[in-house]
Design a protein around this ligand. Structure first.
Ligand code: WT7
Length: 657
């Protein structure tokens, strides 16, 4: 059965709307002017990228990137090593700003920015170019050049994007660390990447409060052995920012006075562009490496295809630049495409729960890209915050980070999209560099909860345990069987882990770590991770990472961490711990939560911690996470428990409910 949007809204309540078989075709109106406007157009692009990838990507790269020197071969692929656009020279900062200035579009607005307190700035492409050049000039004075790693720990200000693009301008490698991570996490990342320069700000505004970022960085720098200099932006003001002489310099002292003339350096296609740390199935986050030309092209083309970008759009991606979504769809994709982007610094509920809708109305946002966890929060906060505002400028909505529940999808569609805006549910990963599967808004009938179909260049396969393609209806491991320009090029400093993690299961194919199924219409449904990775508010965390943080507390003996379903976050973090003989009380509980926060950051703080005398284990000593997941979710215990070493421990855990 399929239903039209009109059917879906019957009955008023959204609860009854069910998943699989509802189909929402794009309106004729939308399809008429779309970048990809016919199914035939998509199919011919898809077939060309699959069957003649070299010719396809040669044309794409020549048309959509600037080349200082032309490339020879399009792709050299010997799993796991991919090289794209061999021998060519380009520059991502040139593609993001100079290309537009050269083409006479320098006066177009690149970034409209609003700070949490309400301060505003706009930067044209020409102004952005000058700011990037100034920052790059300051880097050179600070001794930073091609191949050096720059760690960036900043609030969502234009300077964050400028700092990233200034690295790209001279061939330095940025490593952006989300400004919610702890000093420990910053230090780990600095040391792993041998970062030479650290950039931060005095403070960050969050819900009206000032968080002292520089203090956290100072703590991190005590343990960061390779960082030589620290560049500090004044954001929140006040005179109490400690500056260490010889190491720390103010942005306004060293950047603002530069001439702003430094041209973008021609860089070989495979020059590392950035490292971004993400959680894997072990305790140690891995530095995902992306390189210049392939990533830049992928970010641009996927942005243009999926968001149907037009010259007069006002595009807003609500992510933080600390995540891959911000890298690809606040900075590299939209700027290379010459878009006008709104950037917002603060919380969605400050000063009130209507802040996003106020921004949409004020700046006449046409494309909004956000996360299911945000949509679920908006639903909870109540429709009255939305109803206060005119959202008629919106024409397209996007979703990323986790699957969007049909209920949230329907609310987003009706309440925010006024029933007229297509929703693009975009599936991708830090590793993929950009969107891999998504509806194309002009042509793809959408089904709530499905990321629909692969983009040109993406060849998905669903395989079983031993790598054979399976009956896709039942689902299996999701792999990608041909290289694509935006794919990761490695894990920083760990080639062995790179192969083991992504290319061992099915030789020659990229293993995504997700389970998926494909329905009879060829639509893909992501079914969640196959590894010990959980998805908390659209952010990836390794359960083992949280366990390691817990056991580093002197009173914790053993810890097991699992995800449990949560209405707002998607998954919440549930921890089970065995302890030394310390008394168990609220104070201890609080202390443990804070301990994890301090070790990793606020996003890793467990929602529940349960104390137990023993963890359920198999005879071979493996923690039975499946059982713990059931206990955490308050479900009846499912499955076979005959291998349990200690059934009593389960009974004890359940008693706590
Ligand atoms: C993992 C990647 C992609 C940028 C944000 C997260 C899950 C992401 C979807 C979606 C279902 C999704 C997957 C994936 N995921 N988007 N639209 N539908 N699942 O990037 O931190 O690298 O996490 O997030 O499990 O593997 P990330």
């Amino acid at each position: 059965m399929s239903a039209t949007p009109a059917d879906a809204s019957q009955g008023g309540s959204i609860d009854h709307v069910l998943t699989e078989d509802r189909l929402f075709p794009p309106s004729a109106e939308f399809a008429k002017n779309a970048v990809i406007s016919t199914v035939e157009q998509y199919e011919s692009l898809y077939a060309a990228a699959r069957d003649t990838p070299d010719a396809f990507w040669r044309d794409q790269a020549n048309e959509h990137l600037h080349w200082f020197e032309p490339f020879g071969d399009v792709c050299q692929w010997e799993a796991p090593d991919a090289k794209w656009f061999i021998g060519g020279k380009t520059n991502a900062s040139y593609n993001c700003v100079d290309a537009h200035v050269e083409a006479g579009r320098g006066d177009k607005v690149a970034i409209i920015w609003e700070g949490e307190p309400g301060d505003q700035r706009t930067l044209t492409y020409r102004e952005l170019q000058t700011e990037i050049a100034k920052c790059a000039e300051a880097y050179e004075q600070l001794g930073i050049g091609e191949g050096d790693v720059v760690s960036i720990y900043m609030p969502m200000t234009p300077e964050l994007a400028i700092a990233m693009l200034a690295c790209a301008r001279i061939g330095a490698i940025h490593s952006v660390i989300f400004a919610g991570f702890s000093a420990e996490s910053i230090a780990d990342r600095n040391n792993d990447a041998s970062a030479k320069l650290m950039i931060t700000s005095d403070g960050l505004y969050r819900r009206g409060k000032v968080l002292p970022l520089k203090q956290t960085v100072d703590e991190a720098l005590e343990k960061s052995t390779t960082v030589e200099k620290c560049l500090v932006l004044r954001r929140t003001g006040g005179d109490d920012t400690p500056m260490q002489s010889g190491r720390d310099v103010w942005w306004h002292d060293v950047v603002d006075s530069q001439p702003g003339k430094l041209p973008a350096k021609p860089l070989e296609s495979e020059t590392p562009l950035f490292i971004l740390y993400t959680s894997g199935s072990t305790g140690k986050p891995k530095g995902i490496l992306h390189t210049t030309a392939g990533y830049n092209l992928w970010a641009r083309r996927t942005f243009e295809w999926v968001f149907d970008h037009r010259d007069d759009d006002i595009y807003w991606c609500t992510a933080d630049c600390g995540w891959i979504t911000g890298h690809s769809y606040i900075v590299y994709g939209p700027l290379t495409a010459g878009a006008t982007c709104l950037m917002y610094e603060g919380a969605p509920n400050h000063p009130a729960e209507d802040r996003f809708w106020e921004l949409v109305e004020k700046y006449k946002v046409t494309i909004l890209y956000t996360a299911p966890t945000a949509v679920r929060a908006f639903i909870k906060w109540g429709d009255e915050h939305v109803d206060k505002h005119d959202l008629s400028s919106l024409r397209l909505l996007g979703s990323v980070g986790e699957g969007i529940n049909p209920e949230a999808w329907m609310w987003y569609h009706e309440k925010i999209g006024g029933g007229r805006c297509p929703i693009v549910d975009t599936w991708w990963q830090t590793e993929t560099g950009g969107i891999m599967m998504s509806p194309l808004p002009g042509i793809t009938p959408t089904k709530p909860g499905s990321c629909t179909k692969p983009l040109p260049g993406v060849i998905p396969k669903i395989v079983d345990e031993i790598g054979n393609e399976v009956d896709s209806e039942n689902g299996g491991k999701l792999c990608i069987s041909q290289p694509w320009p935006g794919m990761l090029r490695g894990i920083w400093g760990d080639p062995k882990r790179f192969v083991e993690q992504y290319f061992m299961d099915v030789p020659g194919q990229y293993l995504t770590g997700d389970n998926a199924r494909r329905d009879n219409d060829g639509y893909y449904w992501i079914m969640g991770r196959i590894d010990d990775v959980i998805n908390v508010s659209g952010h990836r965390l390794s359960t083992i990472e949280v366990e390691s943080a817990l056991v580093s507390h002197p009173n914790v003996c053993e810890a097991a961490v699992v995800g449990r379903p949560d209405d707002l976050k998607g998954q919440a973090i549930a921890a089970f711990v065995t302890t030394t003989d310390r008394e168990i009380n609220d104070e201890f509980l609080k202390e443990l939560k804070l301990h994890v926060r301090k070790q990793i950051g606020a996003l890793a703080q467990p929602d529940d911690i349960r104390f137990t005398s023993a963890l359920p284990k198999t005879r071979s000593g493996k923690i039975m996470r499946r059982l713990l997941r059931d206990v955490a979710a308050g479900r009846e215990l499912a499955g076979d428990t005959s291998t349990l070493e200690d059934l009593a421990s389960i009974a004890q855990l359940q008693e706590k409910d």
